[in-house]
Design a protein around this ligand. Structure first.
Ligand code: F6R
Length: 656
């Protein structure tokens, strides 16, 4: 069993939780519990019944089970499996069927008897669905019931595909997928139109009947729904909340997915910080003051003793003496995050008496100009997330390089390729043989049916994005010779099956060694529904770890800043650097984002928010400026925000 010291509950939590620094450690712990159950049953000459899930969450768990099989002799000969669900209708050999997923990630790599692996069938005739579902339930019972059920959680709070409204007593049945669930799966199916509308899923009751249930969740995009499931009421709107009623259910979380729990977000509401092993350090103090300012809707400097007392923050008054003193601590911390010189000032242009460029380390503030490496997971994350800061760094004389980590080909529509082919065909640039070939290719693309993802088509799509990135970088003043297209191989799998390997790390290590950057900007955006940003950060972490082991001299002089992408900004209390933008800079950033024309074609990766990226970016950075202003700080047009990570901290923290 996962060790109990990880399970201490707060009074807000209605279910047992275990929080791990990162998803890999967490997956290893869950795999260890499963392995010990399998071995114990083998010793007793009994079988084990596992309930299995698919999706991005269990990929690392299955990888660890496969490793245990290969390297530590774990046999699955006594194991029977039942999967939670299958899309309907969908043939089992479809690359996105859950049967194919299970084969890819587990079944084909261990000694499981295929006859003992069960999934609902995506091909059963409509009229036979009910009989099929009843037979599935009967098969689970006949196998002795599920011993260990693995679950992920959807952003609708679903377990299996028990979407909002699924009752406690529901059994295996045909369901209609929630629009949010379909959008999250759209990347796998190459578009929302090709994404199934229905699925067969085990019911809430079928899941709760399991003897042990472990729900895993990784990443910040799951944090809110995880909190609702654990701290909210038990009801059918969030089917994961029913786990609160299961005597042996456990939520296994990484730090990011646990981030919205009261114990993490506002721990002073739970009780004394010391008793929770926490302290009123700078960060916690700032978090409480900002929370209070937002709660009371008052600028920081107007908070009174009564405000602190009534909100249970007497500790802060005791430590600092009065509201006045406490307010100043919070106010100056926020004030010192702001700088218009993200890379430090040009010493030749500095005047005596200029205030220090605060968020930068004193040692690095002296280096000018700096070599800057901006790591952009997709070809447009650079300008979407920090286009204003990018322009400033260039304008202020630094040598800025941008490395694009994946090709982004998956987010280009066939239609966009057709436009280019048709242009070349009609332009007279091609000779007659080439024109005939273009004619037939363009005809294939214009018929509307999605083309098979041929290597050529993917390469063209990648090239289109590459040229958009070059064009956008030009708006920001970064020459093509300072752009690096890494094409990390991690991108070659379908979005929710991606993992990274040594080649990705080697490529990243290569660019770091070549540039030896003083400043690295990377996406610390854990809200990306497809996890590519998170994987890219893992790759960076491992490459930095290798550089550190090799004692690369540049590493000690290097600073790492994490930006957030299109999905969410840093919470105010985590911001270390805030770069204000003028109205002109906001417009220039918009022009750069506009260069990513293929991204206007389909809102595939936009998630719930249907606005285009430039709108989301402007809205997000304006809101951040307003939030600073509401705290009583200066009023800016827009702000881009960053969190500092000393490279050695990123190495220590498995949180990513
Ligand atoms: C998968 C399943 C779903 C997923 C959930 C989370 O068999 O039933 O409940 O566990 O949608 O998906 P990911 O892990 O891709 O975020």
């Amino acid at each position: 069993m996962i060790s109990t010291h990880l399970l201490a509950r707060s009074r807000y939590e209605q279910a047992a939780i275990a929080v791990f620094p990162g998803s890999l450690d967490a997956s290893r712990a869950v795999a260890a519990e499963i392995a010990s159950l399998i071995r114990q049953r083998q010793a007793e000459k009994r079988g084990v019944v596992l309930g299995l899930a698919t999706g991005s969450t269990p990929v690392s768990l299955y990888a660890e089970l496969v490793r245990l099989h290969r390297e530590e002799g774990l046999s699955f000969a006594n194991v029977t499996t039942f999967n939670l669900d299958e899309y309907y209708p969908l043939p089992p050999d479809h690359v996105q069927s859950y049967r194919s997923f299970m084969r890819r990630h587990l079944f084909d790599h261990v000694d499981l008897d295929p006859a003992r692996t069960h999934l609902p069938s995506g091909t059963v005739a409509k009229g036979e669905v009910d009989t099929h579902c009843a037979a599935y339930e009967a098969a689970i019972r006949a196998a002795g019931g599920i011993d260990f059920q693995i679950l992920g959680i959807g952003r609708t709070g679903h377990i299996g595909f028990n979407e909002p409204g699924s009752p406690r007593h529901s059994l295996t049945r045909l369901v209609t997928l929630d629009p949010l669930t379909r959008r999250d799966a759209a990347g796998d199916f190459g578009g929302i139109d090709a994404t199934p509308r229905h699925a067969l899923t085990m019911g809430v009751r079928s899941i709760l009947d399991a003897r042990r249930v472990v729900l895993m969740a990784w990443g910040q995009h799951k944090a809110e729904i995880v909190r609702t499931a654990i701290e909210g009421e038990v009801n059918a709107h969030v089917s994961a909340s029913f786990l609160q009623e299961h005597p042996a259910a456990l939520f296994v979380l990484d730090v990011a997915a646990a981030g919205a729990l009261t114990r993490n977000r506002t721990p002073w509401l739970i009780g004394s910080l010391e008793e929770q092993g926490l302290a009123w350090d700078e960060r916690m103090t700032r978090r409480a003051i900002l929370w209070l300012s937002q709660l009371r809707q008052k600028p920081i400097l107007k908070l009174t003793d009564d405000d602190y007392n009534e909100a249970g923050l007497q500790d802060l008054l005791r430590i600092h003496g009065s509201a006045y003193e406490t307010n100043l601590v919070g106010f100056y911390q926020m004030q010192h995050t702001i700088t218009g010189w993200p890379g430090g000032r040009n010493p030749q242009k500095s005047k005596p008496g200029d205030p220090p460029v605060r968020p930068l380390r004193a040692s690095s503030a002296e280096v000018f100009p700096k070599r800057v490496l901006l790591l952009s997971p997709h070809p447009d994350d650079d300008v979407i997330s920090m286009g204003g800061t990018l322009c400033r760094l260039v304008d202020q004389g630094h040598e800025v390089h941008i490395a694009y980590e994946v090709s982004g080909a998956g987010a280009v529509s066939d239609e966009a390729v057709w436009r280019l082919l048709a242009f070349v065909r009609d332009s007279g640039l091609a000779d007659s043989a080439q024109t005939a070939r273009l004619q037939s290719l363009a005809a294939g693309l214009s018929e509307g049916a999605p083309l098979a993802e041929t290597a050529d088509l993917l390469r063209w799509k990648g090239l289109m994005r590459r040229h958009e990135a070059i064009s956008a970088a030009r708006v920001c003043g970064v020459p093509e010779k300072q752009l690096h297209f890494l094409d990390l191989p991690l991108y070659s799998a379908a979005p929710r099956s991606r993992s990274y390997g040594p080649t990705d790390v080697r490529i990243m290590g290569g660019v770091l060694a070549q540039l030896q950057p003083h400043l690295i900007y990377a996406a610390g955006d854990l809200d990306d529904p497809h996890g590519t940003h998170r994987l890219c950060l893992h790759v960076l972490r491992d490459a930095l770890a290798e550089a550190s082991t090799a004692q690369a001299p540049w590493l000690a002089a290097s600073e790492l800043w994490l930006y957030r992408g299109a999905w969410a900004d840093w919470p105010l209390d985590e911001i270390d650097l805030a770069v204000p933008l003028s109205p002109q800079e906001v417009l220039r950033r918009r022009r750069a984002i506009f260069r990513h024309e293929t991204q206007k074609d389909q809102a595939l990766f936009l998630g719930e928010d249907r606005r285009e990226f430039w709108q989301r970016t402007e809205d997000r950075s304006r809101r951040l400026a307003q939030a600073y202003n509401a705290l009583g700080l200066a009023e800016y047009e827009a702000i881009e925000a960053f969190k500092r990570y000393a490279p050695e901290d990123l190495l220590k923290s498995a949180a990513f």
